[in-house]
Design a protein around this ligand. Structure first.
Ligand code: 5RP
Length: 234
């Protein structure tokens, strides 16, 4: 049986082999499952098996991984990218039976969503522990908030039935500050939610920048299993 790290590598490589082709404009995700995909793309570039890849990263973590592997970096606004990507590969914290996802465990939900929604194709790579029946019950849904709006947004989320927790930093006193200088409120629901409806409703609250429900860009989901198999869910 494979351990968690091995499953993540397996599923990341499997998605890259299935979907990444030379000449593509790629969105590259964040987290311990997406980064092995970045490393593998770097390896294939160095071996000459892939060429002419243009990458748009979703976080500082991804920028650094691309720099390590010499993967050419652009932004969505670069002339070469023109605001649209061929494919984005990213991880997720939870995936439900409709392939709706919760993302943002690594705090990169804002750019992850911008990049995903600007891609023609979208692939999610997860190990089997991420597959759930209902989003938001086990793993919290992150909400990125302008610091000045922390308390009013908390009240509005509580009015939607959520339990709200300000995300605390590790090895820094106080809250997590995102890459765009905002705070994250992690919210949980005591009963199943309607992710598609909630994705829009949360973003209507003044002061919310983005939330970690991803329901408006249908991904193909690659699920890695401990027995070494990879399931593809279209
Ligand atoms: C970061 C993310 C990640 O994709 C998500 O948290 C999954 O991470 P991992 O593969 O490390 O479990 O959304 O903001």
């Amino acid at each position: 049986m494979m351990d968690h790290k091995e499953i993540k590598q397996l599923v990341a490589r499997s998605a890259v082999d299935a979907l990444v082709r030379s000449g593509m404009k790629l969105g590259l995700g964040t987290g311990s499952t997406a980064i092995p995909a970045v490393h593998y793309i770097g390896e294939l570039l160095q071996q000459g098996k892939l060429h002419n890849i243009l990458a748009v990263p979703t976080s500082f973590q991804t920028v650094i991984a691309c720099e390590q592997w010499g993967i050419p970096l652009y932004t969505l606004n670069s002339r070469e990218i023109g605001g649209e990507l061929d494919l984005t590969i990213d991880g997720a914290d939870e995936v439900d039976p409709r392939n709706y996802c919760t993302k943002g465990g690594g705090g990169a939900l804002l750019v992850e969503k911008i990049v995903a929604y600007a891609s023609k194709s979208y692939a999610i790579v997860v190990d089997e522990s991420k597959v759930v029946q209902n989003l938001g019950l086990k793993f919290p849904v992150p909400v990125e908030v302008i610091p000045e709006a922390r308390l009013p947004v908390q009240r509005a989320l509580e009015a939607l039935g959520a339990e709200v927790q300000l995300r605390e930093a590790v090895r820094k006193a106080g809250p997590v500050i995102t890459e765009h200088a905002n705070l994250i409120l992690d919210i949980r629901f005591p009963a199943p939610i309607d992710p598609a409806e909630l994705e829009g409703r949360i973003n209507e609250i003044p002061g919310v920048v983005e939330n970690g429900l991803f329901t408006r860009k249908h991904p193909v989901v690659f699920i890695g299993h401990a027995d070494g198999s990879v399931e593809t869910r279209p």
